[in-house]
Design a protein around this ligand. Structure first.
Ligand SMILES: Cc1cc2nc3c(=O)[nH]c(=O)nc-3n(C[C@H](O)[C@H](O)[C@H](O)COP(=O)(O)OP(=O)(O)OC[C@H]3O[C@@H](n4cnc5c(N)ncnc54)[C@H](O)[C@@H]3O)c2cc1C
Length: 448
């Protein structure tokens, strides 16, 4: 008997490349004996029960936009995709909540909320493709996580299938719950290694009436980071605080909608939002904090300009990738007082390894995409870029940070966790995994 015997025939699809890789960018493709796309939670449970009975690895796959190799089936077995588990089970706009299955895309949740004047604030960059299940599994963030928090903050309940094939519900359409251990938060960010998320209850908020970005351009990283510190010290709460360094601007600046001024070599993007009066008040304070030492300050007001700014910001990753065809873009996070060192030492690491280096990212959260470029036709350069990433992980830990603030450990950062958590912390982590998944069949090889 095979896994195909426990689900409906149309739920088993051909094993194709698209189910064997993600967007990690290292060309790695896994292997699988079967790909199952269940249409019901019962089918998900049946697949897990079968895998558990037959000792077969089971790898969850959402939209496949992960950047850490988390959805790649490294040890073969069954890939379970959630794209057909895509129903909105309930939407109560007057109660600011939505109950969706795991395969609904992030953008569809955002659109549905927007139609009723609400917002689902998490805004990871690949929202048209990524799924809520994948966002929960990675605890995805995005530029506006600075004010609104990451995905887990907006999840009040999770339905999941846990080994050996039980359907559990933790939390629900409730805004507070301190009954048991916080198992919901354990599943959030667990990268498919503890259970399969099949549905979630999401919290929403009324959408802001107005969004007003205020952008400062500076002569160097020191001046730009001082501006970020002034913003933080000013006491106002921007929705986002991002930075793009000189090298990033040299690759993407031509398309910046408001024109990079002469001498503008480091950009800080902030945004005020809220009611019209609140957004204007906060924007005024942001302008004041950003103006000192700035080469220019831009403050677009038209909604089309604001959308254009964020589209350009999202596209920066592609402009960077286009430079040499290959880029390892990491996602370390450090305490806010160490941003200056990340910006400077990223460049030093690149220089040491002979690869172009740059940094940009969610500065307000200390979560920076330090990036090392290489040509895919040059294996030696690729190896040097990889070595640079390892130096970067060491830097993150030395600065009291984490090797991943967004993308997860996945496959890419395997082996990094023990160094970060320490022996006792890592042992606890391992014992939690064993409690959920004693046979180590759920996404084996990941998050360790
Ligand atoms: C252009 C671009 C921009 C991005 N910007 C951001 C950003 O701003 N912030 C950010 O945080 N990330 C960002 N990402 C990374 C990625 O989009 C997020 O990590 C996203 O949450 C992954 O969702 P997915 O559905 O594609 O998951 P996948 O890539 O399919 O899977 C990711 C992990 O989740 C597990 N998984 C997937 N679905 C389930 C499920 N239902 N149950 C249990 N486990 C599951 C997989 O096993 C894997 O370990 C970006 C990626 C790209 C390509």
């Amino acid at each position: 008997m095979g896994v195909a015997d426990v689900v409906s025939p149309e739920s088993v699809v051909e094993v194709k490349g698209r189910y064997l890789a993600d967007l990690m960018g290292r060309g790695l493709q896994g292997t699988a004996d079967a790909v199952v796309l269940p249409s019901s939670v019962d089918e998900v449970a049946a697949v897990m029960r079968w895998c558990y009975e037959h000792d077969v690895p089971l790898t969850a796959r959402g939209g496949g936009t992960g950047l850490a190799g988390g959805a790649i089936p490294i040890e073969g077995g069954v890939v379970i995709g959630f794209e057909r588990l895509n129903k909105v089970r309930a939407y109560d706009p007057l109660l600011w909540r939505m109950h969706v299955e795991a395969g609904v895309t992030t953008a569809d949740v955002q659109r549905l909320a927007r139609e009723s004047g609400l917002r689902f604030p998490p805004d990871p960059g690949a929202a048209e493709i990524s799924q809520i299940g994948g966002n929960i599994a990675c605890n995805a963030g995005g530029p506006h996580a600075f004010k609104y928090g990451v995905t887990g903050h907006w999840v009040t309940g999770i339905e999941a299938v846990i080994p050996p094939g039980e359907i559990v519900r933790v939390g629900g359409p409730i805004r507070k719950d301190v009954s048991g251990y916080d198992v919901k938060s354990l599943l959030v960010g667990s990268e498919g290694t503890l259970g399969l998320v099949t549905a979630a209850w999401l919290r929403l908020v009324p959408a802001p009436e107005l969004e007003l970005p205020v952008i400062g351009l500076y002569g160097d990283a020191d001046a730009g980071i001082s501006a970020i510190e002034r913003v933080l010290a000013s006491g106002v709460v921007p929705a986002a605080i991002e930075y793009l360094d000189a090298v990033t601007l040299s690759y993407s600046g031509d398309a910046y909608p408001f024109g990079i001024p002469d001498g503008g070599a480091f950009m800080v993007i902030t945004e005020a939002d809220g009611s019209v009066a609140e957004a204007r008040r906060v924007a005024g304070e942001l302008r004041e904090a950003l103006t000192e030492d700035a080469v220019a300050v831009h403050a677009p007001e038209e909604p089309t300009e604001v959308a254009e700014l964020w589209r350009w910001r999202s596209g920066a990753a592609f402009a960077i990738l286009a430079q040499r065809g290959g880029a390892f873009s990491e996602d370390i996070a450090v305490p806010l007082d160490r941003l200056r060192e990340v910006a400077a030492e990223t460049l030093e690491i690149g220089e040491r390894h002979g690869v172009p280096a740059l940094s940009f990212g969610h500065a307000g959260d200390g979560n920076i995409h330090s990036t090392f470029l290489f040509s895919p036709d040059d294996p030696a350069e690729e190896a040097r870029a990889d070595a640079a990433c390892h130096d970067l992980f060491e830097l993150a830990l030395r600065l009291g940070g984490t090797v991943t603030g967004e993308h997860g450990i996945g496959w890419l950062k395997r082996g990094q966790l023990e160094g970060q958590l320490g022996a006792a912390g890592y042992d606890l982590h391992t014992r939690l995994k064993q409690t959920f998944d004693p046979k180590n069949l759920l996404n084996p090889g990941k998050k360790r």
